[in-house]
Design a protein around this ligand. Sequence first.
Ligand SMILES: *Cc1c(COP(=O)(O)O)cnc(C)c1O
Ligand SMILES: [Zn+2]
Length: 548
Amino acid sequence: MNDPVAKQVQLHCTNCGHVTTYDGRQTTCPVCGENILEARYDLEALLAAGWPEQLARRKPGLWRYYELLPLLDPRYIVSMGEGGTPLLQVPNLAVMLGLKNLYIKDERQGPTGSFKDRQASVAISVLRELGIEEAVVASTGNVAIAYSAYAARAGIKLWAFLTSQVPGEKMREVALYGAEVIKVTGTYDETKAVAARFAQSRNLFLDRGIKSIAAIESMKTMAYEIAEDLGWRAPDWFIQGVSGGMGPIGVAKGFQELIELGLADKVPSIGIVQSQGCAPMVHAFKAGQRIAVPVDNPQTVIATLSTGRPGRAYEWLWQLMQRYGGAAESASDEEAFEVMRLLARGDGLSVEPATAVAFAGLIKMVRNGDIRPDDVVVVNCSGHTLPVEKHILGDQWARHVDVSHSSQVESLPEEGILSALEQVETTGGRVVVIEDNPDAARLISRILQTRGSYKVEIATDGASGIELVRKMQPDVVITDLMMPGMDGFQVINILKSDEALCRIPVIVLTAKELTPRERGRLSNQIAALLQKGSFLDEDLLQSIIQTL
Ligand SMILES: *Cc1c(COP(=O)(O)O)cnc(C)c1O
Ligand SMILES: [Zn+2]
């Protein structure tokens, strides 16, 4: 750490405004008893010490923001390279949705694959600083995984209380790090109550989740990194699948601090997404209510998001969303699984269901106009695909070649291999794509490639498109409308007035809002019309299959 600034952390009571100096242990306001306290730092001192230039000289990672984190002595830091995750484009989904700037904050790349690594690093460091050797945590999965890893490194014994809905793979990961795993048959809210009783009865330290200073403070580091990656600017939206709301609340606080430091222009609007079967915040937000009605019997297999009683955290989030703008959507488990497949196939991103819920909500926010095409959108993204792969792939995910009748593969007769491989060959039809936008062309071939053995040829303008159709005699033509030189309307005219080509079905994929007259020109000429920026790969595939 280069010349750290002497640390000043004050706790402000969010209820009565009382201020106390942070000592690592406070949990409630000594005046009014409120248990949400907000940490504040001496930002002037940071600027005087040469921020943000000084930051640029530090290694990436969460602890480069040491002065803005609630640890009083850097010797207690427990770190495994958390934070500093990349902001990655999601190009294919962006084309499908018509967004120009769609990013993930790629928290999959943290030490245990979720943004809870940030929380674990700060919280476990604080425990070390306080000399605490044994702690209790309640979790819907990812907190327990991250805490158990960091606790192992810090030599702290951890009791992890998990709801029985957490997938076995995740529970085993917690056990692997040497934590005591306690499965609680019940909801997450009940699990929290059991963990609290256990901690009390044994006089053990209980992690207070969103109410602990470490949690919110760790989350805000995502804001710092996002702003820096965007050139010290805020995105228009921060989107997350939410349970307790810790992520977005922390990120909003991070941007508030950046504004005070002169390093961001605004706080992004907050998009929260919940599982349909457990969406107390979404229901309340849509109804314009500051208080959420608890869901006591969550109906979702996505344990990560199954907090039915958000309590005061929702009020806090609600205030932020009133102030900075926001949107709320829910998504069914099925919708989430479909989006998991879509992101993996289309953009090479393997995300966990809780993140897929966020994307499913994003799709709805784009379609209903909350999010506009030019908005810069960041989705908080976690990994952990393994526990659900078997559920979302079904049985038909591999093809099988059997060469076991031969003892040595090298001696297998050529025809044997060929006839074994013949079973792999399938033909899905020939497709010509006429499209001048390389992103859109790549998207279309990618969709077809992952859904069968289509033979796809691409032409980047109308004239060479016609030539290609003549040569290839495809089963389907997919064309754009707006192209330099010969446009899509002309291409269709030529194809339809040619004896040899007029029976080939044409699908139009366009970014243009068509006038009634243009629609008239296309009617009876084309098999389907898809609007770029408002279709998913499923829609395109459906249209193609129908025409074949
Ligand atoms: C913890 C977690 C959430 C919910 O986070 P909150 O901000 O506390 O609501 C969402 N997605 C993933 C992947 C998580 O690990
Ligand atoms: Zn108070």
